[in-house]
Design a binder for this molecule. Structure first.
Ligand code: AMP
Length: 468
């Protein structure tokens, strides 16, 4: 039997194909039947243009329902989907195109789907094995060249099925989808849960307060990055009544601040369900749907994911193995070999520990670890202390070159306060070597499209802070 992911998804589309898949802001809808027909046209056109199984098809475009028709059509044709952030510049795109060598590059999905109407639609999906490549996702790597994580049909199917069950999706759900679709969160995590239920999505091109607030009136599930939740909390229109129809608010792609978790519970009467994932493995751990969701923990490994802490200490780099883990980095055999252990675990680069209950707690990226005067400083531990101080909205702690200590601890604080008093308070709560030597105040922390604080930019910006 073919393991083409398209077949699995399409097998769950509602029997009544007139049911809506995309609920658009203008009040119109695009049905499952239209999605299916669009995907068949796209697949037909790709085959007619000579795209063979395993060939890459790149897409760089704003979010649209037609972009999803292209995604599903690529799967159906047995080709490999390569999504690119529309914010990438021409020279960045050149790198990806040169590295992945796609046969087709789509930049205007609505026009592409329309023009595909002249090709004969592809009726049956091209058979694929579970290990065959379905998608190439370039990591938003902040050091070195961006790497293409190779995700197979089997890996994506395993993760989607596990999530669908863990979060108990049904055809009665309505998913609020305001995430970008060039990243695994919006493209796989969110989309696949809805498609596997044949459920509709409130389909928003991006997060705007007004559209999200309106969408919450129809939605039963919301998925977002932490900034979605801080923006909701900053909006006076977000009331408990707005959250009442939503059975679960799911969050990930960047750490959720404990203050956001607590404020959200107070305002909405619900605990955000935080989960942890990455391009190379889609979702790795999740808090439970039933049972305690603990702020600050990313929960338990998803069924099918083996997780351990490397290095023999209580806290160390998280290593994972399982069917949903990527196969390799595209055309980088040495990099791939470096990042897997001899017994096949992927070394995630995230540092964390497991508590007595088996819950996973993340303390940051290994490359963000600061070594000051020979001592290890985990930025998260310092950030948690600073974030509790009056005037601090959020902090980001980085290490920058320091003549005596190698690296000096610097806290970049969104908010305001008295530097000396805050350092003194941090020294009261933390060992002296962990306390920041300097605190700088900023209006905003730099973030990428998924809301992740870009610590590399902060390290660059403050690299000269201790040079006098
Ligand atoms: P990406 O491959 O762009 O999705 O980035 C993956 C990285 O995001 C992970 O390796 C983590 O460092 C981070 N991340 C994702 N979800 C969480 C979370 N819930 N808490 C903390 N970090 C997270």
């Amino acid at each position: 039997m073919s393991a083409n992911l398209y077949d699995l998804l399409a097998s769950r589309f509602p029997a009544d194909r007139s049911k809506p898949c995309f609920l658009l802001s203008d009040g119109s809808a695009i049905s499952y039947g239209e999605l299916e027909a669009g995907a068949a046209q796209v697949a037909g056109r790709l085959v007619a243009e000579g795209v063979m199984p395993g060939d890459r098809v790149a897409l760089q475009a704003e979010k649209s329902a037609e972009a999803i028709m292209v995604y599903l059509g690529v799967l159906k044709a047995g080709a490999v989907f390569l999504p690119l952030n529309p914010a990438y510049t021409a020279s960045e795109v050149d790198y990806f195109l040169g590295d992945a060598e796609p046969k087709v590059f789509v930049t205007d999905p609505p026009a592409w789907v329309r023009e595909a109407g002249s090709a004969a639609p592809l009726v049956a999906a091209v058979p694929r094995g579970a290990g065959d490549l379905a998608s190439l996702i370039y990591t938003s790597g902040t050091t070195g060249r961006s790497k293409g994580a190779m995700l197979s049909h089997g890996a994506l199917a395993a993760n989607a099925l596990a999530l669908h069950e863990a979060w108990a999706f049904t055809p009665d759900d309505v998913l609020l989808h305001a995430l970008p679709i060039f990243h695994v969160h919006g493209l796989f995590v969110a989309l696949h849960c809805a498609l596997l239920s044949g459920a509709p999505m409130v389909w928003l091109p991006k997060f705007t307060d007004a559209e999200v607030l309106a969408g919450l009136d129809r939605a039963t599930v919301m998925m977002g990055v932490p900034t979605f939740y801080t923006r909701l909390l900053a909006s006076p229109g977000f009331t408990r009544a707005k959250a009442d129809g939503v059975r679960v608010f799911i969050c990930g792609s960047a750490p959720l601040l404990p203050s956001t978790f607590a404020e959200f519970e107070e305002r909405a009467g619900q605990r955000i369900l935080e989960r942890y994932g990455m391009s190379e493995a889609v979702i790795i751990t999740t808090n439970p749907l039933e049972g305690d969701r603990i702020g600050g923990s990313v929960g338990y490994p998803l069924p099918g994911v083996e997780l351990r802490i490397g290095g023999g200490e209580e806290t160390g780099v998280i290593e994972i193995r399982g069917r949903s883990v990527f196969s390799a980095y595209w055309r980088m055999p040495e990099k791939t070999a470096e990042e897997f252990t001899a017994d096949g675990f992927f070394i995630t680069g995230d540092v964390g520990h497991r508590d007595a209950d088996g819950r996973v707690w993340i303390s940051g990226r290994a490359k963000d670890l600061i070594i000051s005067g020979g001592y290890n400083v985990y930025p998260k531990e310092v950030e948690l202390v600073l974030d509790e101080l009056a005037g601090v909205i959020e902090s980001a702690v980085v290490g920058v070159p320091h003549r005596d200590f190698g690296e000096g601890v610097v806290a970049v604080v969104m908010g305001e306060g008295d530097e000396a008093a805050m350092i003194a308070e941090a020294r009261r709560q933390l060992a002296a070597y962990k306390a920041p030597k300097r605190i700088v105040f900023v209006d905003e922390l730099p973030r990428n499209a998924m809301g992740k604080v870009q610590k590399n930019l902060l390290r660059d910006r403050f690299a000269g802070l201790f040079e006098t």
